[in-house]
Structure formats: structure tokens, C-alpha cells
Design a protein around this ligand. Structure first.
Ligand code: ZN
Ligand code: ZN
Length: 423
């Protein structure tokens, strides 16, 4: 386990400038999110509009001893130009060479940081077939890099930046500047930046989440049962599953926080032991499309019926991605009173919205969510019930109307959450 190293909060009182809060977010990203080691390389991706935060993070990374920071910027306008003007064959192509290079960097010890902030509605007016083909080509090409991230070979983290397009989706009635300012306020609040010492606040939060995971790991429930409006779902847990939340130790030995913010504790469902119905409690923003009021029925782990009031076509395409796309790779518990839920905002971003409610994820499981999973091969993980897929998509099934019970191997049930709150 690595020490977080020295850090110097800029002030201890509210009334910080935007630049000071940005630098504190950079400190949290580098010292808590990544826990970057001295001498380690960093590969960062960021939307063009997040350049201020990306530069603050690069500076903080070098202060922490980074040997080299490389930032790859994405440009929503150029992406849109592709969908408007590129020849048809373009939509089966992806930058495999770039992702192979990223994978090579991770194999040689680099850490990974992503700044999220893309326009959630960017592709909503584009041909769904082209969007699906482009996503599929990208997912396939990204796999060598994704496996090193999802398999936790390296320390990695995701933080967010307020961009004009994202802010517009959230606050369509506000002027552009006011919308961006309001989104930054929400990001800073949820990321615990508006506390006297954000790095210390994250240490305390990580300790709280560890209390939950320790309890769940000691109880070793065989299944969870979710009950509420439209939801009556039994999620069998994988054999030898482990509950994880907050900070985790990557295979390179570095303790990091993969998501800033994070409020969830989560583990691996058994890919064959999920039965019943589930209804989404928040819209799912998936690569430019909003999927609303998802209602599915599971039988022996697989979704056999799926509906949505909006975006049903996209949902069906997602489920058809591969064999594992209609099975679960994650189940997570989040109290309905979490700070992100309390904000009352819909962020149209999984990183935020998944921390507002209990959720399940379609697709790839995390080997980290198994006792000793770091050293298990694919076959061993599959034998224990771990699902495999090109996708991993979280969607919310929790709310203040949902009860959750833990089910023991002998069928006895123990109340875990009532009306969305921990018992
Ligand atoms: Zn999750
Ligand atoms: Zn997830």
C-alpha cells in the first residue's frame, strides 16, 4: 500500500476561487484517484473543453514525480463531422493502433486517467445503425487496453470536467455560462472538493465504504433480492465473490480510487443465477442516446424480455453486442440519500448517476470482485460465474422505494436496505 504523499490544501474555508477548486480537484485526481507513484508515466484522455483541468492534473502529476504525462484530447465537433460526412465504411473502423499503444504504455507501467465531460446527446440525432457499428468497432479495438484497466493491472481513475454541451443537457433553461458554473459546483461538491481538506475527506470516505464491504464480505450472502415498483429481482452472487468499494489495490500494488466521485459498494453476480424483473429508476445515457424506463425480465441469468419507453432500439442493439451483453457483470448498493442523489440532479453520466442509486451492470465482470481474483485465469473466473462481454453498462434500479435483502445459502433473508437506506 502506498502513502498518499504530501499535499497542501490551498485554503481551509469556503470562498475558494474556481482555479483553486480546480487545483484541489487535480490533487484529489492525482493523490487519491491515481495515487500516482514517483517515476510513473501517465496517459490521460480529455475533451478539448477540459483543457484547464487537464493542465492542472498534468502539473500536479509532475509535482507527484510523474516521469511523463501524455494527454490525448477528443473533439466532439470532429466526431460529429464523421457521422455527417464520412463514407459508410468509416463506421466499421477504429483507432486500433492508438489503443494498442495505450495497452503497451500500461504494460510498461503507465497509469491511466480519463477526464469525462463529453456531450451526452452528441450522437442522438445520428443514424443508430452507424452509431452502433462505430461503438462496436471501437469496443473491439479498445479491448487490449480495456482488459488491463478492467483487470486492474494498473492504477487508474476517472474524474469529470464541466463542459458547455454537458451543462446544456443538464440545465437547458440556463444561459451557457451559468449552466457550466452550476455543473462545476455539482462536480466539486460530489468530489468532496468543498471540504477543508479534500484529500483527508477522501481518506475518511474510503474508511466508511470499507466498513460496508467488510460487513458484506463477512456475511457472504448467496444472493440479493431487490423489491419495489416494477422490480422483483433475485441476483445470485458469484462463487467466491468479493465486495469492493472506494479505494482498491491494483495488481501493480498501488491503492487507487478508480472513480471520483464514488458512493457504491459492488460485487459480481453469478452469470447464470439472476431471475425476475427489474425496472430502471433513472434514464440511462448510452453514447449519445437516452434510454428511458427500461423494463427487463431475467431467466437463469439472461435477459429474455426487454422494453424501454425511449431508446428501445439502442437497448436491443446493446443487448445483441455479444453473448455476455444480456447478462450481468456487476451489482452495486448505493443509499438513496447519497450526496449525488441528494443533489436531485440527473447528470446523464454513468459516473455520477450510478452513484445516486443501487444498480446492476450488463456485460463484463471485474476480476477484482473475487477473493483472489487477481491471480485467476479466465476459465477459473467463468467457472465461478463471472460474465464476459465487450460492454459494461451500469443502469439504476434503486430508489427510495426499493428494499434490498441479503439471502443466505439456506434461503434465510436479512434486511439490508429499507426504502433505499441501509438498515
Ligand atoms: Zn457500479
Ligand atoms: Zn459498473
Amino acid at each position: 500500500m502506498n502513502d498518499l504523499g504530501t499535499h497542501s490544501p490551498l485554503t481551509h474555508s469556503p470562498g475558494r476561487t474556481h482555479q483553486q477548486r480546480l487545483e484541489l480537484l487535480a490533487q484529489v485526481a492525482v493523490r487519491v484517484g491515481l495515487n500516482l507513484s514517483s517515476g510513473q508515466e501517465l496517459v490521460m484522455t480529455a475533451p478539448l473543453e477540459a483543457v484547464d483541468l487537464a493542465r492542472a492534473i498534468a502539473a500536479e502529476a509532475y509535482r507527484a514525480g510523474a516521469s511523463l504525462v501524455t494527454t490525448l484530447y477528443s473533439d466532439d465537433a470532429a466526431t460529429l463531422a464523421r457521422f455527417r460526412h464520412a463514407p459508410d465504411g468509416s463506421f466499421d473502423r477504429a483507432t486500433g493502433w492508438l489503443f494498442d499503444g495505450m495497452a503497451a504504455a500500461f504494460k510498461s507501467g503507465a497509469a491511466r486517467l480519463a477526464i469525462a465531460g463529453d456531450d451526452p446527446m452528441l450522437l442522438s440525432a445520428q443514424d443508430p445503425d452507424k452509431v452502433a457499428r462505430a461503438n462496436r468497432a471501437r469496443s473491439k479495438a479498445y479491448l487490449p487496453a480495456l482488459q488491463l484497466i478492467a483487470g486492474f493491472d494498473i492504477n487508474w481513475t476517472i474524474v469529470s470536467a464541466a463542459t458547455p454541451a454537458w451543462a446544456r443537457s443538464m440545465f437547458p433553461d440556463l444561459a451557457a455560462d451559468a449552466a457550466v458554473a452550476k455543473l462545476w459546483d455539482a462536480i466539486f461538491a460530489a468530489s468532496r472538493i468543498d471540504t477543508p481538506d479534500p484529500v483527508a475527506a477522501w481518506k475518511a470516505h474510503n474508511a466508511n465504504l470499507a466498513t460496508r464491504t467488510d460487513f458484506l464480505n463477512a456475511r457472504r450472502f448467496a444472493a440479493l433480492h431487490f423489491q419495489g415498483p416494477g422490480t422483483d429481482l433475485t441476483v445470485g452472487l458469484a462463487d467466491g465473490h468479493e465486495w469492493v468499494g472506494g479505494a482498491s489495490t491494483a495488481k501493480n500494488g498501488i491503492l487507487c480510487n478508480p472513480n471520483i466521485p464514488t458512493e457504491e459498494v459492488f460485487t459480481t453476480p453469478h452469470k447464470l443465477r439472476v431471475n425476475g424483473t427489474a425496472r430502471s429508476t433513472k434514464p440511462l445515457s448510452y453514447q449519445g442516446t437516452l434510454i428511458e424506463d427500461i423494463a427487463v425480465r431475467f431467466q437463469d441469468g439472461v435477459i429474455v424480455e426487454a422494453h424501454a419507453s425511449k431508446g428501445e432500439n439502442v437497448l436491443r442493439q446493446v443487448l445483441a453486442t455479444d453473448e455476455g451483453a444480456s447478462r450481468l457483470g456487476e451489482v452495486a448498493l448505493v443509499p438513496a440519500s447519497s450526496p449525488i442523489s441528494a443533489s436531485g440532479l440527473l447528470f446523464y453520466s454513468t459516473l455520477y448517476d450510478e452513484n445516486a442509486a443501487s444498480h446492476i451492470a450488463l456485460g463484463q465482470a471485474y476480476s477484482k470482485c473475487f477473493v483472489g481474483g487477481d491471480t485467476m485465469g479466465e476459465e477459473e473466473l467463468a467457472r465461478r460465474g463471472a460474465n464476459r462481454s465487450l460492454i459494461h453498462i451500469d443502469w439504476m434500479i434503486g430508489s427510495a422505494a426499493i428494499d434490498v435483502d441479503g439471502i443466505d445459502a439456506d434461503g434465510a433473508s436479512v434486511p439490508l436496505m429499507r426504502k433505499g437506506e441501509w438498515v
